[in-house]
Design a protein around this ligand. Structure first.
Ligand code: FAD
Length: 441
């Protein structure tokens, strides 16, 4: 097809997923029009009407056909359907898998740091971005604790800078989700969800962790219609409304703090008495409580979200028990159940490591699915049980889960991978020399 498809993306100010959608089309070399709905009521109404009532951005259209938000666009890209709609030819099938010296799964801060180090060591890394290009940091506007930025830096800027730095040294960053790794022979075979296949001498797993959800009635139906796992992406859509943040860790407190910019009031709903959030966040939120911008609801759980995609969230059903974990004590006479009016629900209850693609390999995963690395002192800390496969960042580290620690592990993994590739090469050369000597005899 030679005719250019018409791609339209409805966006808004401060919208990490809008940037991801634009990046996706940029990578494909496809031109698009953007319609920024921030402050433009008429355009916003037009978007909602064309997007079947959806109120979040981005919303993507190809040749007037509604594709959906980032998650739908990405899912369609994975299956190759998006390329078909764009009139792009499918990847050339039937050829030998492309071979790479080193593949990095994930373009979060761990993967990109690994890519910088690996590219500088001439290991020509191919970084596959997964379904969240740039990783979790693209969801935050302020990173104030990454060293070297005394005034802080936005997550997307930090990630863009790192990607630019990695590409300057020759790293290749591509769209692609790894679905399966076959480690039964060398080189490893790496299969992507769009059907593409690579072989590689080494793999750095830097695939991070994904936001957990509650699995309660109403959650799936209203996701994108008033339920969200990303306050920075969607908070501004619910300006002037009361909002709930579910969770008790740093992410929940940070999201609640951010949402006070827009909300009439923010309610932090936590199933226990104690919070896991660090003191800094607890102090900051306490200040907001005193200013009546935040209210904390302890020993309380949301058990149902009520509303419709057309009208968004009406209210939530909650349960409360003075001993905590009330949803497990529904029959306890101390458990009270009540409905609560809110405009939006933000879920911030932690993460699940993205390790499905390693499940059939010899890589040891712990009971929660995190990659187990050898750790300890000296070289090889990021090695897994499969020589040639390394782990870095939040996919390994369920404890620190910080940008700087993920970056540090990314650097270690690239150095470990370089040592591995070099000794594998030396082993091959020695074997070849032995073979040649034997045939001379
Ligand atoms: C809202 C928010 C705010 C935060 N703020 C801060 C902060 O201020 N300071 C701080 O230090 N930390 C902060 N963090 C934590 C920090 O973002 C994480 O610790 C860090 O991003 C972890 O980096 P990572 O590269 O290990 O994983 P991630 O950032 O999770 O990146 C994982 C990457 O792997 C990719 N991937 C997943 N599955 C596959 C697959 N099958 N194939 C290929 N690729 C795959 C994903 O698409 C993604 O690109 C914040 C986190 C959140 C959610």
């Amino acid at each position: 097809m030679s005719e250019q498809p018409r791609v339209e993306i409805y966006t808004k100010d401060v919208c990490p997923y809008c940037e991801k959608a634009k990046d996706l089309f940029d990578e494909k070399g496809v031109e698009y029009e953007t319609h920024n709905v921030t402050g433009d009521e008429e355009l916003f109404e037009e978007m909602v009407e064309r997007a079947n009532g959806r109120t979040t951005a981005p919303e993507v259209f190809v040749n007037d056909e509604f594709i959906g938000g980032w998650e739908h666009t990405c899912a369609m890209d994975e299956t190759g359907e998006l390329d078909q709609k764009l009139g792009r030819l499918a990847a050339d099938g039937g050829t030998e898998p492309e071979h790479r010296r080193l593949i990095v799964s994930g373009s979060g801060i761990a993967g990109l740091t690994a890519a910088i180090y690996a590219a500088r060591a001439n290991n020509e890394p191919l970084v596959l971005q997964g379904d969240e290009p740039g990783g979790q940091l693209t969801l935050t506007t302020d990173v104030e604790n990454y060293p070297g930025f005394p005034d802080g830096i936005s997550g997307p800027d930090l990630i863009n800078n790192m990607q630019e730095q990695a590409e300057r040294f020759g790293a290749e960053v591509q769209n692609g989700i790894i679905e399966d790794v076959d480690d039964s022979s060398r080189p490893f075979r790496v299969e992507l969800s769009n059907g593409d296949v690579y072989t590689t001498d080494a793999l750095i797993a830097a695939s991070g962790a994904s936001a957990r959800t509650l699995s309660i009635p109403g959650e799936d139906e209203l996701m994108g219609y008033g339920v969200s796992t990303c306050a920075t992406c969607d908070g501004a859509f619910f300006r002037g409304e009361e909002m709930i943040v579910v969770g008790g860790g740093d992410a929940a407190f940070e999201e609640a703090n951010f949402l006070t910019k827009f909300a009439e009031k923010v309610y932090i709903v936590h199933r226990r008495e104690e919070f896991r959030a660090e003191d800094y966040w607890q102090d900051r939120i306490q200040q907001k409580v005193e200013e009546d911008e935040v209210e904390i609801m302890k020993n309380t759980e949301v058990v149902e979200i009520n509303g419709t995609p057309e009208d968004g969230v009406d209210d939530v059903t909650m349960v409360r028990n003075p001993e905590g974990h009330p949803s497990e004590k529904r029959d306890d006479p101390e458990t009270e159940e009540f409905d609560f009016d809110v405009g939006a629900v933000f879920i911030a209850i932690g993460h699940t490591p993205n390790t499905g693609y390693l499940q059939d390999t010899g890589v040891d995963l712990d009971e929660d699915g995190y990659v187990v690395t050898h750790g300890g002192k000296g070289g090889g800390q990021t090695e897994t049980d499969v020589p040639g496969i390394f782990g870095a960042g939040d996919v390994v580290d369920y404890h620190y889960q910080q940008a700087v620690t993920a970056a540090g592990m990314g650097a270690k993994a690239a150095i470990d991978a370089d040592d591995y590739l070099e000794s594998a090469e030396q082993g091959e050369t020695a074997a070849a020399q032995e073979g040649a000597a034997a045939s001379d005899d």
